[in-house]
Design a protein around this ligand. Sequence first.
Ligand SMILES: Nc1ncnc2c1ncn2[C@@H]1O[C@H](COP(=O)(O)OP(=O)(O)OP(=O)(O)O)[C@@H](O)[C@H]1O
Ligand SMILES: [Mg+2]
Length: 332
Amino acid sequence: MSGSILLEVEGLTVAAHVGGAERRIVDELSFTLGRGEILGLVGESGSGKTVACRALMRLLPETLAIEARRVRFDGAEIGGLAEPDFAKLRGRGMGMIFQNPSSHLDPVMRIGAQIAETVRHSKGLSRREADGEAVELLRQVGIPDPKQRAKAYLHEFSGGMRQRAMIAVALASDPKLLIADEPTTALDVTVQAQILRLLQDLRDRRGLSIIFVTHDLGVVSQLCDGIAVLYAGRLCESGPKREVLLAPRHPYSAGLVACQPASSAGLRRLRTIEGQPPSPGAMPPGCRFHPRCPSAAEDCRSAQPPLAAFGPAHDVACFHPAGLSAAAEIRP
Ligand SMILES: Nc1ncnc2c1ncn2[C@@H]1O[C@H](COP(=O)(O)OP(=O)(O)OP(=O)(O)O)[C@@H](O)[C@H]1O
Ligand SMILES: [Mg+2]
């Protein structure tokens, strides 16, 4: 890891407007991603992980308004780029992979041709050169006999191979950032482990930075360097994986860690966090987590806790974080 920053996001907000009212699906999300770093983005279903990732790629319907105070990518501010320039960036600097390759790859086009098309687009190579590059990419993502396999169609690939093929398509534009939205959730455990190893390997060999969306803290602990925890569209806690997973400060992160099977070994019953997350149309006042929070106090009901530094690169948005004496608690 070179240590320099590839992506810096400050105050990313995505809002839907329903009947004149603004519903913030992602609210003031800020984080940084280093070159060669893998950041795990976690949170319950509906917390805004996919919307946040798609907002970064500007792949959202126009009904959703995206705003940010700052989005710096690879040394340049990209928040204000007009669509044609942003499209170039998306085509060259950023790639995205998804849970379900079948809905993102063309079923009637040979796998190799799909990769070659992207290669030609982004690198301006001849058809012949691009075909060769496609085979090389298939080899790099671990497809056996890539020259033959390049001629296959999607339905001839297994689930794990489809995911590898989608990674090859994403890599075809030689991106610096790969956004992976639950790419292994639909795969069985062995294949999942292989894909995680592949992503780690790509990071090591290409210096790729990855945002990895997952529900699984075990995956974060295995794959990621840093973690960002979202709750109802807001960042609760972010920091180095070891700090956050071993000593979570935000009661929601602590609840997620306690829900993981590994950490409750010996317990009869898996703990869960009581209650349901709020919907974007009915956010509680104050801290969005307070109705479910075991540490909630009066201040949590009236004000949003700001994100406060809890150590180098460790931020927590809570008035009563764990591990602080009452006197030292962060006040607004
Ligand atoms: N196009 C849209 N218009 C309005 N609301 C949307 C739109 N897309 C998503 N939402 C809402 O935004 C919220 C966050 O959705 P999102 O898909 O980002 O959650 P997620 O964290 O990715 O969940 P999961 O873990 O289930 O994938 C949800 O309440 C969802 O209903
Ligand atoms: Mg999602």
